[in-house]
Structure formats: C-alpha cells, structure tokens
Design a protein around this ligand. Sequence first.
Ligand SMILES: O=P(O)(O)OC[C@H]1O[C@H](O)[C@H](O)[C@@H](O)[C@@H]1O
Length: 329
Amino acid sequence: MIPASLRALLDATDGQRRAEWAGREVWLANEAWGELVVSLQGAQVLHFLPAPEDATAEGSTSNAPDDAQAAGASASPDATSGEDEEALVAGGWLWVTPTPQALPGAIRGGIPLCWPWFADENTADESEDRSGPMHGPARKADWRLDAVDEHEEGVELHLSPLERLHSQLVPRAVIQANANRLHVELITEHRGETPVKITGALHSYLAVADVQACRVEGLAGARYLDKLADFAEREQQGELGVRGGLDRIYHTNAELTLDDGHRRLRIARQGSDSAVIWHPGDERPADTSAAAAGHFLCVESANTRLDPVWLVPGAQHLLGTTLSLETDA
Ligand SMILES: O=P(O)(O)OC[C@H]1O[C@H](O)[C@H](O)[C@@H](O)[C@@H]1O
C-alpha cells in the first residue's frame, strides 16, 4: 500500500533501475517476478509486490484486498499537513506514508533499518558511539548499492552505508525478492578491539486492510514488555487481536502470522528473540494522517533490551526477516 506517486513511478518504469521519489534516490524493478522499490536513504525497502501466480487473478487475490483499493483520500480531513494528501494505492505487502518527512528525516514505511540500537536503547552500547537519534543513525544515512544480482526469478541487492556510522561496527544489508518472498538481512561486523553490545530492528510497516481487525498469531503464551504501561511485564493470553494503539516487545523467536482478514502473511525472523508489535493508535506521528494510519501494523524483527547482542572483535551478527504468504507453504 503505497502513495499514488510511487505507484505512478513504478508504472512508468521502462526497465530503468534508478529514479527519485520524495527527494530520495530509489532502486526499483517492475518485472515478471514482481515489484521492488528500495530507497538508498537507509537501504530501506519501500515496496514489494510479488507477481500473482495467475496473472488473470490480479486485483482479486490476497495481494490486493478489495476493500482497500484506494485507502486514504485526497483532501482528507485528517491529513496532518493541512494540504491535499495523495491516495494510498493498494497492492504490495508494505505500507508507506503518503506524507513523508523531508530529508534528512526518515521515511515512515517499508522496512527501516534501526541500527545499532532499537528505539532509545542506545545505552545498550557502552562504547563511545552511544549518543544519537531514536532508532540509531542508519535509517537516515545514505547507503550505496555494492552489488545487484538480477535474474529471471528475482533480484538480490547488497548495500552498505557511504559513511562510517560506528567506530568499531560496520553494517551491511542484503535484500532478496522473488515471486514467493521478501527477505531482508542486516549484518553487523565487528572490526574493532573491544566488545560492543547492540540492539536494533527491521521495523517492518506491513500493509493491512484495517488495523482494527488484525490478528497476529504465534504470540500466545509469550512474555512481553508493554511500553505503554511503563514496560510492565505481561503474558500474552491467546492470540493477539489488534484493536487500537499498542507498543509491545515480545520475548520470542517464533514465526508469526499476520492475518488482516484478506491476507495471511508469514513473518519469519533470524537472529531475533524480540518481536516488536507497534501501532500508534490515536497518538499518531506528525507524518501520518488518520486515514493512512489505519492501514499498517508494524511487526518488527528486533533485538532489544530483552535480547541485546554482545559482539566481540571479529564476530558478526545477522538480523533477518522473511515475509511470505501462508498459501505458499
Ligand atoms: O517514530 P519512530 O522514531 O519511527 O518510532 C516508531 C516506533 O518504533 C518502535 O516500534 C517503538 O517501539 C515505538 O515506541 C516507536 O514509537
């Protein structure tokens, strides 16, 4: 579920791979296997839509919920900008705000890379590098494409930041997309001398028909920290039904399924014992209108205060997530 202008950019591509959207350079593909858009700011996947198995079923498959063909409205009374807001166009597994912040802000949507800390947990890093913004500097930094491996069935991109983001740690990202799945890896290499503790997240904004009618399966019985209740520790009773704002860190490495009533998206995670489930409810950030906010739920592959990663010199850590439709099992 992406802004109409991003949809238009994809529709206009004629095989070229570079374009500009919202002031950011993006890499994009609209091929037989599907569609992918990656912003070089933050190495952030903005859009993924695998080709439907039966192309004639396009528009009526689980890829495109019928009741969400054009969510968000022009001149929405809820638009925070006070100006006309472009429509969100359905199709795709990820959500992007139609009112993105200008640079150097980060785009809300897709899969931002939060590194080398999650939220304000920069105290996890006891090195000199711990001062910095919410969710770390990586999501706002410029990244470069080091390698692109394209073939008929899909694509694999390798990216790394243009500038050094940490005195001892070096991140890189790998993005794989094909007709069955989207896979993102954030790899951290320790090239320094002293152990460093990190947290982080692949902060996936998943597109849903209506956030008030979502269910996340795989969390029953898991312990979680409720950030909206001063980090109170609780246990999930039954499966999670999302009905309003929530901000929770679940201590689990289980595979999750997001069911929005139209699509059952499987979310596998690698190197992650924290699953963050977040939606702002009525406490919307300034870059998101109420109309647009109803169409995402964040299900994040994370390392948090519950499972920080100690990296010793020479070691590396891989934080990953794999999205696929349950029907592909
Ligand atoms: O607004 P951002 O800096 O992108 O953060 C958005 C959200 O990210 C995570 O999910 C945190 O758990 C939330 O507490 C936070 O509000």
